[in-house]
Design a protein around this ligand. Structure first.
Ligand code: VJV
Ligand code: CA
Ligand code: ZN
Length: 386
């Protein structure tokens, strides 16, 4: 099995239900559940499954989904069919924000309940101590709101998983390295000090989705609210590169962990922050993206690892397979195993660390700007624990 061994002293669980990988958002839609098949094939080709507990989780029940979402919204998702897609502004599809970004496709409800079920299963493995690091690459859909779909996300599996963790943990740190702002998770826990949310993202209020996540959006302005200073945002410009991204991540995450003292960490690993992503605009390579995962792992806290965005599928699969190897602490050969299914799909770049296209976005993040962002975060952290 390529000599990949179970990690010593801790357990990693991998939660994947192949049933959802066949789903289609529709022709030309950037979200491709098929990237999960590609990820799993690489993980298996390396033999990483030998080093983890593999679970095929059941779908979440509608009752479980209603722990965060409104009853009427879940009933709607359960009931709609593609023929209900309409431009009528009085229709429910309009009310619940389904449309171009969040189309109604065949099997939509099944798809939603499977990725949510996987995140809940992963969170439960952490809370009952059967696992120390639990991975669900199909989850991480951070834009979904209580009563509406948003940005390719219908059910907020992250919020559901955090609610599960909160039954056993006093403080949850949520970290989001998707190129988009983790607005749905931030909003859900805006008023509480039991969850600290920290999102790194491209920020441009008028031009980049979802337009929220400014440096000074840190929680309720009323200092008497427990949530004050517990939502942290790291707004970035186009083109940030490896060394700066890693340093920024470490310089911010380290003091967050030391000041907030979480008892569990949830890491959303959206791979649209990679260079060459179809929707993203950063210049981060797979090794640097993975360095964030490795850094968080070093705190030795129970860790829930989730997927998220990622629209250049071959790169997404490599990043998530590499990050799986980091979670199990296995050294893997950079060349994809010769027996990897779909190997032809990777063209000339049959390695985990391809040369990404970093020519599309010039780096607009000056050193001075990045330093000011770190200062802004430090200022918020000074408010914690009096
Ligand atoms: O920018 C937007 C919203 C619009 C209205 C809808 N049109 C289609 C696009 C502009 C203002 N939406 C973003 C949503 C990004 C969601 C990211 C999700 C995640 O990675 O954070 C977590 C999973 C957006 N950017 C690009 C597109 N939508 C887009 C949607 C399409 C498309 C091409 C681009 C939908 C269908 C088709 N092409 C065929
Ligand atoms: Ca983010
Ligand atoms: Zn994204």
């Amino acid at each position: 099995n390529n000599g990949i061994q179970k990690p010593k002293g801790y357990t990693v669980s991998y939660h994947a239900n192949p049933e959802m990988e066949q789903m289609h958002f529709g022709q030309k839609h950037p979200m491709k559940p098929w990237r999960l098949t590609l990820t799993n094939k690489i993980v298996m080709a390396y033999g990483m499954h030998e080093a983890m507990d593999i679970y095929k989780p059941r779908a979440a029940s509608s009752q479980e989904l209603k722990d965060f979402h409104s009853v009427d919204y879940i009933d709607f998702l359960q009931r709609v069919t593609p023929s209900d897609n309409t431009w009528d502004p009085d229709s429910q599809t309009y009310a619940y924000n389904t449309g171009d970004d969040c189309p109604i496709f065949d099997g939509l409800y099944k798809y939603c309940s499977l990725y949510a079920g996987a995140s809940l299963d992963a969170a439960r493995k952490l809370t009952n101590h059967q696992s120390d690091i639990a991975i669900n690459w199909s989850g991480g859909l951070h834009h979904a709101k209580k009563t509406e779909a948003s940005g390719f996300c219908y059910i907020n599996d992250i919020v559901l998983a955090i609610l599960q963790l909160l039954l056993h943990h006093p403080r949850v740190l949520y970290i989001d390295i998707d190129v988009h702002h983790g607005d749905g998770v931030e909003q859900a826990f805006w008023s509480t000090d039991r969850v600290m949310t920290l999102s790194f993202h491209k920020y441009n209020r008028a031009e980049f989705f979802p337009g929220t996540g400014a440096l000074d959006d840190t929680g309720p302005l009323n200092n008497a609210s427990p949530g004050a200073h517990h939502s942290l945002n790291v707004p970035l410009h186009d083109g940030i590169e490896d060394a700066h991204y890693i340093k920024l991540f470490e310089d911010i995450v380290r003091p967050c962990v030391h000041q907030y003292k979480p008892t569990v960490i949830v890491l959303q690993c959206g791979a649209d922050s990679l260079g060459g992503d179809r929707l993203g605009c950063f210049n981060v390579n797979i090794k640097a993206h993975g360095a964030c995962v490795a850094f968080v792992k070093k705190f030795d806290l129970p860790l829930l690892v989730l997927g998220g965005g990622g629209y250049t599928a071959r790169n997404v699969a490599k990043a998530w397979a590499y990050e799986t190897s980091l979670c199990i602490g296995a050294e893997v050969h950079p060349n994809l195993p010769a027996h990897t299914p779909f190997l032809e799909h990777f063209g000339n770049e049959k390695t985990l660390f391809p040369k990404l296209d970093l020519t599309r976005y010039e780096n607009k993040n000056s050193r001075v700007y990045l330093e000011s962002v770190v200062m802004g975060i430090m200022e918020q952290l000074r408010y914690l624990q009096g």
